[in-house]
Design a protein around this ligand. Structure first.
Ligand code: MLT
Length: 408
């Protein structure tokens, strides 16, 4: 009989957002007349901006002529896009990242999962807690996370670094030795950030202890305050210790179009068991060439247009729209007596659940009584218990209505 990867049996429940979708579907089936406002999964609602649509149309038209038709593209992404990324996302911030350190993909979720292909399962992994569930689940899948303990709600071989209101959502450096740490900034789910001084501590610590930082900056475009790093490479020496994941999903509304990129600097080296240095850029390049056939030409032209003057202006309008939603949510909740965090440099608002309720109980109560869907903090890890996440990615009308419902 064939065998399965038994690590999958160690996974707890279903993927968080699938569980929520199932609960909501069931409620809808039983209460078809009720109007539900979805503020759970961070999915965008603004249509793709005209400049990107035009670029896609143009690319589609190129496909109909023999002279401009494109088949397989480079697995790492077309030069026209990698060059734009290097220039606009990095050079403009005085960061020197070359196009061949940038790998274009179909999403950051896939990239943060796939990166484990080249890292293997013998690393001691640290995650912040609460955390975007993909980091942990993918480590469970390769057998790096250890056994699940029902008692603690944690995987035994994983180091959980709490981020809580009590420590101002600043993660403390781990006391035990770890090899890899995932940092998501601006943070999903708490919507909080680290300033340059705080992030520098992590880079210095990583350099000193030879650990790798997997830095997810999918929400960097939502930063509104000064002195908050948009890229980890704004910190000196970070290229020696960090891989950065970026996405067009939340920046330009590509959750359905699918395009992201990962930066693997050439300075980044890992050790084999025989203490031989190996460059991660070369390994990731090999992985991408073998397992991926690249993002479609049409999509990459769409992503390229994000960097045009018009593209920047148009996506900024959408981002401002969502951040205005975030303000409405924060103010609405505060007025209704809730304690909130985040929502200033990120499209997520993290709120304290009323005393006496678990976060899943609060989820059920909100769905039953207000027909509002959010994400229970416990779904992001044990330290998320007692909190709840709402997203600002809804329509203005739904956001305002949701806050009216919350105030009653
Ligand atoms: C979230 O709601 O946390 C995100 O939308 C999930 C994702 O980006 O995969």
């Amino acid at each position: 009989m064939f065998k399965i990867n038994e690590n999958y049996l160690e996974l707890q429940d279903n993927y968080l957002f699938s569980t929520i979708a199932k609960k909501v579907d069931e409620y809808k089936r039983k209460n078809p007349e009720k109007e539900i406002i979805k503020m759970g999964i961070g999915d965008v609602t603004r249509p793709i901006v005209p400049c990107i649509i035009d670029a896609m149309h143009k690319a589609v038209d190129e496909m109909k002529n023999e002279s401009t038709f494109r088949g397989y593209g480079p697995e790492q992404g077309y030069d026209f896009l990698r060059e734009k990324i290097a220039q606009f996302d990095y050079k403009k911030r005085n960061i020197d990242i070359s196009p061949d350190e940038i790998f274009v993909s179909d999403g950051s979720k896939c990239d943060v999962a796939n990166i484990l292909d080249i890292l293997g399962n013998e690393n001691k992994v640290a995650i912040t807690d609460p955390v975007y569930p993909v980091y942990l689940d993918t480590n469970v899948m390769i057998g790096a996370a250890g056994k699940y303990s029902k008692e603690t709600g944690m995987y035994e071989n994983t180091v959980y670094v709490p981020i809580k209101a009590e420590n101002n959502f600043v993660p403390e450096l781990p006391k035990e030795k770890v090899d890899i740490i995932y940092l998501c900034l601006p943070n999903n789910p708490t919507g909080t950030v680290l300033n340059k001084v705080e992030l520098k501590k992590w880079v210095d610590y990583a350099k000193e202890n030879k650990l790798l930082i997997l830095f997810d900056s999918a929400y960097e475009r939502y930063i509104t305050e000064k002195d908050i790093p948009h890229s980890i490479y704004e910190i000196e020496d970070a290229k020696e210790v960090a891989i950065e994941f970026r996405s067009f999903s939340k920046t330009a509304g590509f959750t359905g179009i699918r395009c992201a990129y990962t930066v693997v600097p050439k300075e980044l080296k890992a050790l084999t068991k025989e203490n031989k240095e190996v460059g991660l850029n070369k390994l990731w390049n090999r992985r991408m060439s073998t397992k991926f056939n690249g993002v479609s030409y049409i999509t990459q032209r769409a992503a390229e247009s994000v960097y045009s003057e018009e593209g920047q202006k148009q996506i900024e309008e959408n981002i401002a729209y969502y951040m205005e939603n975030a303000k409405i949510i924060r103010e609405g909740l505060n007025k209704a007596g809730y304690v909130t965090y985040g929502g200033v440099n990120a499209p997520y608002i993290w709120l304290k659940v009323p005393e006496g309720l678990t976060s899943w109980e609060f989820f059920d109560k909100l769905l039953e009584e207000k027909q509002i869907v959010g994400t229970p903090g416990a779904g992001f890890g044990p330290s998320g218990e007692g909190y709840f996440r709402l997203t600002a990615f809804g329509t203005r009308e739904n956001t305002i209505n949701a806050m009216k419902r919350m105030s009653n």
